[in-house]
Design a protein around this ligand. Structure first.
Ligand SMILES: C[S@@+](CC[C@H](N)C(=O)[O-])C[C@H]1O[C@@H](n2cnc3c(N)ncnc32)[C@H](O)[C@@H]1O
Length: 202
């Protein structure tokens, strides 16, 4: 077990919402849902100690950027240390709700994928809807929002996405729903348009 993870859980149980990081099996399953040949911009909400981030960074192309939004300062410091040699990875010690501001600041048009491990279910309804809308708007057409959650309650609030597909994944403690939401205008079944190559502007 990650000592840092457990310590941060004791400090902020509702924000961290789990006593152990995601299992290797869950990490691989989530990464398998990303087309790394196409992805040029990936954002991750709530990377924690970085178990998904390391796998994403390991698989992603040299010209792909990974933006890590982690609200916890201790996790952010640890992530900055882990990725200090990888210029593709940017650690942002901030609320995921500031995604659009951060994209604007960096001159990034949109994300191909957004992966989330934050405890959406405990967010107030207005904050939840705001973050969902912002996440949707920050994706390229056909871009995907991938979440892993103990409950599948987010699905009922995320009707702005054209498609949603869930699976219940048992190889994690606790078991998780993995849901992939897709923004409209993507051509069904094909990979998202790469953000860097896209001429699409919001
Ligand atoms: C359940 S942990 C998941 C950690 C890691 N992704 C994993 O799978 O093991 C949730 C993480 O989300 C972070 N978090 C919670 N709310 C957040 C927010 N609004 N913006 C950014 N990070 C947030 C917490 O600090 C914590 O690191």
């Amino acid at each position: 077990m990650s000592v840092l993870f457990f310590k941060r859980f004791l400090k902020r149980p509702f924000q961290i919402a789990s006593i152990v990081p995601s299992s290797k099996a869950l990490v691989e399953r989530v990464s398998d849902k990303i087309d790394f040949d196409q992805a040029r911009v990936i954002a991750e909400y709530g990377p924690g100690e970085g178990v998904h981030s390391r796998e994403i960074a390991r698989r992603m192309r040299p010209d792909c950027q990974l933006l890590l939004f982690e609200i916890d300062a201790a996790f952010s410091r640890d992530l900055s240390r882990q990725f200090s040699d990888d210029a593709r990875v940017h650690v942002i010690n901030d609320n995921a709700a500031h995604l659009q501001r951060e994209l604007d600041r960096r001159g990034i048009e949109a994300c191909d994928y957004i992966v989330s491990g934050i405890p959406f279910s405990i967010l107030q309804i207005d904050k939840k809807r705001d973050l969902l809308q912002q996440t949707h708007d920050a994706l390229v057409p056909g871009g995907r929002f991938i979440i892993y959650q103990v409950t599948n309650e987010l699905k009922q609030h995320a009707k702005i996405f054209e498609h949603a597909k869930s699976e219940y994944f048992l190889q994690n403690i606790p078991p998780m729903f993995i849901t992939v939401f897709e923004r409209a205008n993507g051509r069904n079944g094909e990979a998202p348009v790469a953000a860097a190559a896209s001429s699409f502007r919001r």
